[in-house]
Design a protein around this ligand. Structure first.
Ligand SMILES: Cc1ncc(COP(=O)(O)O)c(C=O)c1O
Length: 389
């Protein structure tokens, strides 16, 4: 066998994207991967077409088109009162995905430790491995996905370089409170640790919960890298436009990593991104209201079919407990759902380092049209013939 690197052997292909492949094979409804099956806003599609017609078709400035960086800075100031220098404190990347790996590579050395809450968005584990870092996992516990402050404090040490946060959270739907973030901030200050915070679901939030940016917490502006992107807010996951906002002494190295990873994000789509970020407040309110409706529809469907879960406070996922269904594992349950019911989900263990913690869990996504969710409802009826409740 040809030799491959030890790094490449330490993680598998994405389970989520594998579920999408299985979904196609079985002609299933895709409630696995977090992309919308509805249209992106007309205004931004038009803006993308205009940019291509205007021949914005060559490499953008490696750290991002000025129009997009200006729009990111203006929106951050407008929304949270946080001043960002678009010339020195922003790196535009190929999605939040690249912003995360570029940030980790920029600040972490082999042997450093990185604190990661679990369950976690599945990229964070491989990202840490690629950077040579050792992840220290701290559990978020169902049903409310809270963490034990003592357990978190015990994960920090002289070796800790960064903590990775994601709020609103995939896969749990948790929105970290200001008090929780303040507690994390105290640990970051005590141990001289940076926070890398993935806030890509900042606008998808329910029931009066508020998104609090880590960079707004006292003591954190100088030690926070905030990651975001167009994918979720504007229903354009295939455009691959994201960014990192960081103090200039961190943004510089992130830009350098990004330059040598991908050179630049798609140039015409960055121009469309500038138009997207200038959309009025009503866009965000209506988008969140649409997700609140979809959440109600899927919660109702899953309740009727016997799944157990806590309603998400933000993002667009439902992490369900399926222990009582009698499957041997989450993988067996997800495989049954995709092959027999023809509804694709993600086995819970793919979000955990401690695989047994995810063995009784299956994740659903509801960034889908109502018809798609209703079709899944019909198909899930078959589950009743299999489960041993
Ligand atoms: C928490 C989180 N971060 C990042 C991403 C990917 O973002 P992007 O499309 O900007 O790379 C996802 C996609 O599901 C996600 O759930």
């Amino acid at each position: 066998m040809l030799a491959v690197s030890r790094k490449a052997q330490r993680f598998t292909e994405s389970v989520i994207r594998e579920m999408t492949r299985l979904c196609r094979q079985h002609d299933a409804v895709n409630l696995a991967q977090g992309f919308p099956d509805f249209a992106a806003p007309r205004e931004i599609k038009d803006a993308a077409c205009r940019a291509i017609e205007a021949d914005v078709n060559q490499y953008a400035i490696t750290w991002g088109a000025k129009s997009l960086r200006d729009a990111i800075a203006a929106k951050t100031e407008r929304l949270y009162g946080l001043a960002v220098d678009p010339e020195r404190e922003i790196a535009v990347t190929c999605g939040a995905t690249e912003a995360m790996i570029a940030s980790i590579l920029a600040i972490v050395d082999p042997g450093d430790e990185v604190v990661v809450f679990e369950p976690f968005y599945e990229n964070y584990g491989p990202d840490a491995i690629l950077a040579g870092a050792t992840p220290r996992f701290v559990p978020l516990r169902a049903p409310d996905w809270s963490f034990d402050p003592d357990e978190l404090a015990a994960a920090f040490s002289d070796k800790t370089r960064a903590i990775i946060l994601n709020t609103p959270n995939n896969p749990t739907g948790k929105v970290f409170t200001k008090e929780e973030l303040e507690f994390i901030a105290k640990l970051c200050l005590k141990w001289d640790v940076l926070a890398i915070t993935d806030e890509i679901y900042e606008h998808i939030i329910y029931d009066g919960h508020k998104h609090v940016p880590m960079a707004s917490i006292t003591g954190m502006p100088d030690r926070t890298i905030t990651i975001n992107g167009l994918s979720k807010t504007f229903s354009v996951t295939g455009w691959r436009v994201g960014w990192a906002i960081a103090p200039s002494d961190l943004a510089g190295p992130i830009r350098k990593m990004h330059d040598f990873l991908t050179v630049g994000a798609p140039a015409p789509l960055q121009e469309a991104g500038a138009v997207a970020l200038a959309m009025p407040e009503s866009y965000y309110t209506e988008m969140a209201a649409g997700y609140a409706r979809r959440r109600e529809i899927l919660c109702d469907i899953l309740e009727r079919h016997g799944f157990k879960f806590n309603r998400p406070q933000g993002a667009y996922y439902i992490m369900t407990d399926v222990a009582h269904f009698g499957f041997d594992s989450d993988i067996e349950c997800s495989t049954y759902l995709v092959k027999e019911c023809r509804v694709a989900t993600v086995p819970g263990s793919s979000f955990f380092n401690d695989k047994k913690a995810g063995r009784t869990k299956v994740r659903f996504v509801y960034s889908k049209r109502e018809e798609t969710l209703r079709e899944a409802d019909k198909r899930l009826a078959k589950l009743a013939t299999r489960v041993t409740r």
